[in-house]
Design a protein. Structure first.
Lengths: 741, 155
């Protein structure tokens, strides 16, 4: 048996190029516990860092006294804002967030100081011994009020207002439906909390081993705050325990480097799960009002929408998130006339930024709830209404941009509904809503089916010069066989770029052995692992470098014996334009579409929900690694299901109420529905290999599909996600409660 | 209060020297004994990333004081075998690994399940790993890996 399986594996290794389910190169160390995540790092004489955080969402800092903490045995440094040698603030797009708060704190959990000690417990006690006197103020927590309120930051309270006016703003339809919707604050909840190791270097610089999504943008922010040349701040990617947007922003990077330089010793930091909830941005909560106009036959005439996203205390990527939410607010439909107002505002709530789906998730819950409402008003089948209005290649978006790539919206919808419906619930009490709670009588269970479609942009938009860099080296190994080495700074966060990079090289160069150098800032930027962009951008850069190697090899007559060939290339996507004052412009490169059909079982009296099945059709361009694509689809759907029925960072008066995995619930193996997926393969013109990024689309319309299914089972309107048991069982009481908070 | 005490990990006797008795088994494994395969994702027994066997029983190493594991036989993911076990190979072959942070804990939980029952029902399988959170995969490929490991064991 062993011989056979070994031989099978060896056979499968041959030809693990594009289009195959090639295995992950990091898989074996990961299953054996030998893969080094950033939390696993260790150095001789290493100290432990710990952050001092504000317990108040809004306060003036009267006094910070570090003397007691500094005097504790084992404590090597206590640093505050006065110890930041360079720029006092950082930020992804706007540098508005202090490294340490010095005059005021603007959110619950904002960093005020950081300590280094010889044991994590000593560091914890020292952090607790730092005395901070606060003059507590009333927090600004209402995003609507924030628009006109007294600014809580010198840069103002409005991060961005996007207004899209398309076609005739006064157009009207025969049938008009209105709705107001809310999305709660979701957390990325990656499994590996923020962590890293900073080591002071002999040249006065620092080496930082870190979990991140974009090494170079971290480096630039760290260098500015340290007042060092970027060359003296060297970042190396360590094992990343998931990301989903939460590692776009700097968290402990600057603090770690400051401590290493101040103590002259390696310093490790590792957030606890609780601190992780305070240490990274979340998905923006949204309040949305919509008005849809249609003809009596079901053609969309106009969409009016107003979206208010609560960005919390600092800008992060709010300006880009609100652009996305606004651009895609009408959904993947032909909408000749539109008026869309999107606001991203500053409050004293926790800062919000990137999370998988990036603005499209919130908007999709709004537009898909509206499409169901419109279908009901028209007496049409919700799927037929969507098919009738589905975007196609050549159609124009509310931004005035014509879709030139593939847009198989109809195919996604048809594929999702073509999957067989699951059988009726088995008699197993564990399979009823509420599961092991065993509180549900099977006679009370009602089944519902719901449907939704969504889309979002791939790659960076609005004129950003988006690129990635890769170097490929081809040489003969000691045994005379060719070996290729890839150096690319693309952050592997679990999505499988390391697998794809090997597949690209195998297919392009025909070389079996492909070595991946560790991602670091020793090579040019690869951009961020976000916006579904690394397959396209860094895959494209690796492909371009391979092409250059092939040309150089051909010029040598195919003879590698004269020495290695190494080529470095950048891949830029085609230029885009900013949105103008009417929200018009060719702002996006490409789009990914998906449709989801959800089946749920609900006990309406108890408000308990079991999501039974999600069927999906997804536009992927081309499946470069089918197994990895399925993994992205199932994983993305899990996060969409989580937002639909369980996941919310609860914030009361600016304070997070549930910063733990005991109180912030994510789907377990018992919560996860069966997934039936169809991959729609229509190669995208202009995309390397014709492939679209697949990570985000599964998260977008899975949420409204589940909610639609619950509505179908119960008849309750459900205008907010996540849907809580009380929203179903006591809808009037629940909506009163929501109005009071 | 610092003490020196002995632990038995993966069949070897280990000395923990001059250590604070408040340290969890997870911390001691990771930071004192050079065994970082068990992961710390929640440190309150919710996520299962730190799953180890303690006298053959699956436990969360974050919720156990190391000093309480004196006299116990502890097995971590590093101690499952020199090569990959059928469960570990199945995780690779079926695409059950993405970021991999939950993987060691899930490998331990699935190993435990298949030691207890060779052919778990769907509900038994889901229940058995419901104490192990995974944020990347949505569990689908993990279920497939368990079935593949079962068949591998049966052959």
């Amino acid at each position: 048996m062993t011989d056979t399986s070994t031989r099978e594996r060896a056979d499968r290794v041959v030809g693990h190029g594009l289009g195959t389910s090639a295995p992950r190169p990091d898989g074996t160390p990961k299953v054996r516990g030998q893969f080094a995540f950033s939390s696993d790092l260790w150095a001789d004489e290493m100290l432990w860092g710990r952050t001092v955080r504000s317990p108040h969402p809004s306060a003036r800092i009267v006094r910070v006294d570090t003397t007691v903490a500094e005097a504790m045995a084992g404590v090597h440094a206590v640093l505050t804002a006065a110890d930041v040698p360079g720029r006092a603030t950082y930020g992804l797009e706007h540098t508005d967030q202090p490294v340490f708060a010095s005059d005021v704190v603007r959110y619950h959990g904002e960093a005020v100081a950081v300590v280094a000690a010889d044991h994590p417990e000593t560091a914890r006690r020292a952090a607790a011994a730092v005395v901070v006197d606060y003059d507590v103020a009333d927090p600004l927590v209402d995003p609507e009020a924030a628009i006109d309120a007294i600014p809580i930051h010198p840069d103002g309270n409005v991060f961005r207002h996007v207004r899209i006016v398309h076609g005739d703003p006064d157009a009207a339809g025969d049938v008009v439906v209105e709705g107001a919707y809310e999305v709660g604050m979701q957390d990325q909840a990656f499994l590996g909390p923020e962590s890293g190791l900073a080591i002071p270097a002999e040249d006065g610089g620092v080496d930082l081993y870190i979990s991140t999504q974009w090494l170079h943008v971290d480096r630039d922010q760290v260098a500015a705050c340290l007042n060092l040349e970027p060359e003296r701040v060297r970042l190396t990617l360590s094992g990343v325990g998931g990301a989903f947007g939460a590692r776009e922003d700097v968290s402990l990077q600057v603090h770690l480097c400051l401590l290493a330089l101040a103590t002259g010793r390696p310093v490790k930091m590792l957030y606890s799960r609780e601190e992780s909830f305070f240490g990274h941005v979340h998905r923006h909560p949204a309040r949305m009002t919509y008005r849809h106009h249609a003809t009596r036959t079901g053609d969309l005439v106009k969409v009016e929408a107003r979206l208010v996203l609560d960005g919390g205390a600092y800008a992060s990527s709010s300006t880009a998130v609100i652009a996305n939410a606004s651009c895609f607010a009408a959904g993947p439909y032909r909408v000749p006339n539109a008026v869309i107002d999107g606001w991203a505002v500053r409050t004293n709530n926790p800062p919000c930024g990137a999370m998988r789906g990036f603005g499209a998730v919130q908007a999709c819950f709004g537009h898909e709830s509206q499409m169901d409402r419109l279908a009901a008003a028209l007496g049409m089948d919700p799927v037929d209404l969507r098919l009738r209005n589905a975007l196609r290649t050549g159609d124009v978006l509310p931004t005035g941009q014509r879709i030139t790539g593939v847009a198989p919206v109809r195919e996604c919808i048809e594929a999702a509904v073509a999957h067989p419906l699951p059988p009726p619930a088995a008699d197993d009490p564990l399979e009823r809503p509420g599961g092991a709670g065993l509180t549900v009588d099977s006679a009370d269970v009602r089944r519902g089916v719901g449907f939704a479609v969504g889309f979002k942009n791939l790659l960076y938009s609005e004129g950003f010069d988006d690129y990635s860099t890769a170097a490929v080296r081809l040489e003969l190994a000691a045994d005379g066989e060719p070996v290729a080495t890839v150096h690319c700074a693309a952050a592997e966060v679990g999505q499988g770029f390391v697998t794809l990079a090997q597949q690209v090289v195998r297919s392009e160069l025909g070389v079996e052995r492909v070595v991946l150098r560790t991602a670091d800032t020793g090579v040019g930027s690869a951009g961020s692992t976000s916006a579904s962009r690394q397959t396209w951008m860094s895959g494209g850069a690796v492909q371009a470098a391979c092409e250059a190697v092939k040309i150089a090899l051909a010029a040598r007559g195919g003879d590698l014996s004269a020495g290695p060939i190494e080529e470095l290339r950048e891949h830029h996507h085609r230029p885009t334009s900013p949105l103008d004052e009417r929200g018009q412009g060719d702002a996006h490169v490409s789009y990914a579409f998906a449709a989801h059909r959800a089946v749920v079982d609900v006990d309406p009296g108890l408000g308990l929900v079991r999501v039974v099945q999600i069927a999906t059709g997804q536009d992927i361009g081309r499946a470069l690694n089918p197994l990895a694509v399925i993994g992205q689809i199932e994983g993305g759907i899990a996060q969409g299901v989580g937002l639909a029925v369980m996941e919310e960072v609860l914030v009361a008066d600016g304070c997070i109420q549930n910063p733990s995995f005991t109180d912030y619930l994510i789907p377990t193996a018992l919560d996860m529905p069966a997934v039936a997926a169809t991959l729609i393969e229509q190669p995208e013109p202009g995309a390397p290999f014709g492939a679209k990024g697949v990570g985000e689309a599964p998260t977008i319309s899975s949420t409204p599909a589940v909610v639609a299914a619950i509505r179908a089972a119960t008849g309750v309107e459900l205008a907010r996600v996540p849907v809580r048991a009380a929203d179903i069982a006591m809808p009037q009481a629940a909506s009163r409660g929501a109005a009071q908070t | 209060m610092n003490e020196t005490y002995g632990l038995r990990i993966n069949g070897r006797d280990e000395q923990v020297r001059e250590a604070w008795l408040g340290e969890s088994l997870l911390y001691v494994l990771r930071e004192r004994l050079g065994l970082p395969g068990s992961k710390n994702a929640c440190e309150q027994g919710e996520c299962g990333s730190c799953s180890v066997f303690c006298d053959g029983v699956l436990v969360n190493a974050c919720c156990l004081l190391a000093a309480d594991a004196v006299d116990a036989e502890v097995t971590t993911v590093e101690g499952l075998g020199a090569g990959s076990t059928p469960v570990q190979r199945a995780f690779l072959d079926e695409g059950a690994v993405q970021c991999g942070f939950c993987t060691p804990g899930l490998v331990m939980a699935v190993t435990d399940l298949l030691q207890r029952t060779s052919d778990p029902s769907e509900t038994e399988l889901r229940e058995a790993i419901s104490g192990n959170l995974c944020r990347c995969t949505g569990y689908g490929r993990i279920f497939a890996a368990v079935r593949a490991a079962q068949q591998g064991d049966a052959q």
